[in-house]
Design a protein around this ligand. Sequence first.
Ligand SMILES: *[C@@H]1O[C@H](CO)[C@@H](O)[C@H](O)[C@H]1NC(C)=O
Ligand SMILES: *[C@@H]1O[C@H](CO)[C@@H](O)[C@H](O)[C@H]1NC(C)=O
Ligand SMILES: *[C@@H]1O[C@H](CO)[C@@H](O)[C@H](O)[C@H]1NC(C)=O
Ligand SMILES: *[C@@H]1O[C@H](CO)[C@@H](O)[C@H](O)[C@H]1NC(C)=O
Ligand SMILES: CC(=O)N[C@H]1CO[C@H](CO)[C@@H](O)[C@@H]1O
Ligand SMILES: [Fe+2]
Length: 846
Amino acid sequence: MKTIIGKVVLVKKNLLDINDLSSSVLDRVHELLGKNVTLQLISAHHPDHQFSVGEALYKVGKPALLEDWITTITPLTVRETSYKVSFEWDEVQKPGAFIVQNYHHSEFYLKTLTLEDVPGHGQLHFVCNSWVYPAKRYKRDRVFFTNKAYLPGETPEFLRSLRDEELEILRGDGSGMLEEWDRVYDYAFYNDLGDPDKDVDDARPVLGGSSEYPYPRRGRTGRPPTKSDPRTESRLPLVMSLNIYVPRDERFGHLKLSDFLGYGLKSIVQFLAPEFEALCDSTHNEFDSFEDIMKVYEGGFKLPEGPLLDRIRDNIPLELLKVLLDMDSSGVAKFPKPQVIKEDKSAWRTDEEFAKEMLAGVNPVKIRLLKEFPPTSKLDVQVYGNQNSSIKSHHVEKSLHGLKVDEALVANRLFILDHHDTLMPYLRRINATENKIYASRTLLFLKDDGTLKPLAIELSLPHPGDNLGAVSNVYTPAENGVEGAIWQLAKAYVAVNDSGIHQLISHWLNTHAVVEPFVIATNRQLSVIHPIHKLLHPHFRDTMNINALARQILINGGGILEKTVFPGKYSMELSSVLYKDWVFPDQALPTDLVKRGMAVEDSSSRHGLSLLIKDYPYAVDGLEIWSAIKSWVEDYCQFYYTNDDMIKNDTELQSWWKELVKKGHGDKKHESWWPEMNSCQDLIDTCTTFIWIASALHAAVNYGQYTYAGYSPNRPTLSRRFMPKPNTPEYDELKENPDKVFLKTITPQLQSLLGIALIELLSRHSSDEVYLGQRECAEWTLDAEPLNAFQKFGTKLKEIEERIVAMNNDQRLKNRRGPAKVPYTLLYPSSEEGLTGKGIPNSTAI
Ligand SMILES: *[C@@H]1O[C@H](CO)[C@@H](O)[C@H](O)[C@H]1NC(C)=O
Ligand SMILES: *[C@@H]1O[C@H](CO)[C@@H](O)[C@H](O)[C@H]1NC(C)=O
Ligand SMILES: *[C@@H]1O[C@H](CO)[C@@H](O)[C@H](O)[C@H]1NC(C)=O
Ligand SMILES: *[C@@H]1O[C@H](CO)[C@@H](O)[C@H](O)[C@H]1NC(C)=O
Ligand SMILES: CC(=O)N[C@H]1CO[C@H](CO)[C@@H](O)[C@@H]1O
Ligand SMILES: [Fe+2]
C-alpha cells in the first residue's frame, strides 16, 4: 500500500458571502462531530484483476479526509485555502477521476486537486472550479476528471460511463423548479419578461417558439406559470432578483465587482425606479442648459429634495451610492467625465465626430456601402406603400467635391447608416406613446483624407393613410442660424435611433442573447473532458448569470431598458423581429464586412480583405483580433482532429451541434442558416465565430458605452417631440433658444441620470476579469501542443496592442481619434479594472 499526497485548493463559502459568517462556525461543529469532507480516487481496474461482465470497469479507492479543516484558520486576505489529503493507493493505473463528498453544513467552491507524486506518473492535476454542496443535495456523487482532454471515442474505457452519467446529470429531466444547488442546463422561451397577473399592460409576448416572435432560448428555471396566462412564467419578486436560478457554476462565483454590479443594478431598479414615473411627472424634468449637464460631471449637480432622494438615502448604503451614482449624502451627484467631452466640450457637435463614431464609436457595426441611389426599401409595398428614399441628387451633389452622384457611387464613396426599414413598422405604435421618433437614413461621403462627412439625413414617418408610403423630409448640413439648429436636431434623431438599435440589437440580441444557447448546449452535450468544451468554456463565463439578471431587472416589462430606449414597451418585441435577420455565419467579421460592402475579398491583402475605408478602426483592429483567434482555434482543433472523419465520428460533437441548431436556436433551425459540422474547417469556423461574438464583438459594443453615451447629448436615447415646422411657435423658439429646444427634445434629466448610472456600471471591468489570451488556471489542459499554441495566441495579442497604440498615435489616421480626440481602444486586448474604455474579456459577462 502506497500513500499519495494530494493538495486540495478550495474557497470556503463564508469568504464569498460576508452575510453568512455562521456557516464556518457550523462547519466546524460538523467537523467536531466527525462529519467531514472526503475524497476518493477512481482508476481503471487493475489489469490482472478479474471482473465479470456488467461489473464496473473502474475502481473507487478508500475515502481520504481533508485534513486540518478545523485548524486551518481561514485567512482573511487570501481567499483560497489549501488542505492536505493522503490517499492510500495500491493500483498500477493512474487515477482518472475522483469523487468528493461534503458532509459539512455548507457548500464550498472546489478549485483544484493536485496529486504530488503518483507512482510511475508524477504530478497529476484535476481542475474542478465547481461548487460542492452538502451530499444530501445530490442524487449521485460529484465526480471530477483529470485535466487530460479526450474525444469520446478515445476515452479510457473505465471513464466512459462516468463521462456519460455526468452529462445526464447536467441535462436534468426537464421537470420541476430548479434550486440553488442544481446544476441543470435546460432550455426555455423568454416568457418571463411580463407580469400579466399584475395588469394587462404588464403582459409581454412570449419570445421564442413562434414564427411571429422567434428568439434564442434562455436557461430554464422551472418557475410555475402565472395565473392569467399559462404560457407565461411567474416572476420572482424584485427583492429576490439576485436569487434567480442559473446552474450553480454559472453564478458569479467570485468575490468581485460583478457581484457588486448585480447588487448595484438591483438597487438602482428597486429604489430608484418605483418612484420614477411619478417623479418625472412632478418635477421639472429638464436640463436647462448644457452647463447644467456639465454639472453632473463637475460636481455641482444636486437631485431635487423629495421622495426619490429620501428613498435613495433610506435604502442604499452610502458606500454603494458613491460607486453607483457618485453621490454623497446631500444628494450631489458627480459622474466621471466621459471621454467624449474630456478634451473638448463641444467637439461632439461636429459633423466629423458624428460620422467618425459610425466607424469607431460604440456601434460601428451598422454602416454600409451605398450601392444604389436613391436608397430603397425592402418593406412590403402592399403593407407599407412606397418606402423608397426621397433623397435627390440636388440634396447631396453640392457636397460631393465636384463629383456627380453616379461617379461617387461607382467610386465607392457613398455610405449609409440606414435605420429606415427596421423601425418603420413600429413607428405608429411608438409615436402613440410619449416618444416621438422617425425612421432615419443618413448618407455619408468618403473624403480624400479618409474621413466621412454626412451629406443628408432623411427622417420619415408613416403616411397617416394605410399603405400610402412614407412622409419624409430631407435635411442637409448647415452651421448657422435656424438651419444649423435644425441640422443638430436631425443628427440627434439619428443618434436616438442608433442608440436604441445599438442597445437592443448590436448589444443585447447579437451578443448576450445569441450566446446563451451555446452555453447551454455545450454543457449538456460536450463533456468537461471534451477538447471543444475546454476550448469554449472560458467564453461562457457569467453570461447566463448576467442574462438572468437582465431578465429580472433590465429587459423585463417596465424595466430599465424600456424606460430608457425609444421603442419603450415594444423594445424586446422589436429585437425578436430583428432576430429573423440574424444568421450565425454572417457574424464572422470578414463575412459581415463584405455583406455590408465595407470590404471586398482580395487575396493579396492582409487577412484576404481590402477595406473600402482604409481607416475603419473597428474593422482594422477587429480583423487583427479575428485572425489571432482563428489561428489559435486552428492550432487547437488540428491537434485533436487530424481528419474530417474524426469530426463525423465524434458523437458528442454531433449531438452538440444538432442540439444547438434544433433547440438552442430552435426558431432558426433551417439548415441553410447554419454551417454543417462535417469537417475540421466547419468546426474551426464555428468556434472562431463563436469566440469572436462572445469576446471581441461584445467588447466593441459594450465597453465604450460610457465613453460615448455617458454624455447624453452625444447619444440621446429618447426623443420626445418632432422636428419643429416653419411658422409654428416651436420653430420660433428654436430660432431664439436652440439649445433649450434641443434639450427639451432629447432624453430628459432623470432618465439621463438613470441611463448614465446604468451604462457606467455596464462599461466597467471587474477586478478579476480574465482577458482574451489569458487563463485563470495554468493547468487547464495536460496537452502540451495546445498549451504552446495558447502561448502563441497570447504573444500575438500583445503585438496587436502595440500596433493599436502606434496607429492611435499616427496623425494621418484621422478616424482613430476624431475631433473629440478619443483614441480607438475598444478592441485593445487587455485592461485594468474600472471604467477604461478598452480590454477584451473572454466572455459576455456584463
Ligand atoms: C423602389 O425602388 C426600386 C429600385 O429603383 C424599384 O424597383 C421599386 O419599384 C421602388 N418601389 C416603389 C414602391 O416605387
Ligand atoms: C431608429 O431606427 C429604426 C430602425 O432601425 C427606425 O425605424 C426609427 O425610425 C429610427 N428612429 C429615429 C429616431 O430615427
Ligand atoms: C470512425 O468510427 C468507426 C466506427 O467506430 C471506426 O471504424 C473508424 O475508424 C472511425 N474513424 C476515425 C477516423 O476515427
Ligand atoms: C480566455 O480566452 C482564451 C482563449 O480562448 C481561453 O483559452 C482562456 O481559457 C480564457 N481564460 C479564462 C480563464 O476565461
Ligand atoms: C406625426 C405623426 O405621424 N404623428 C402620429 C403619431 O402617432 C399618433 C397615434 O397613432 C398619430 O395620431 C399621430 O398623427
Ligand atoms: Fe454586455
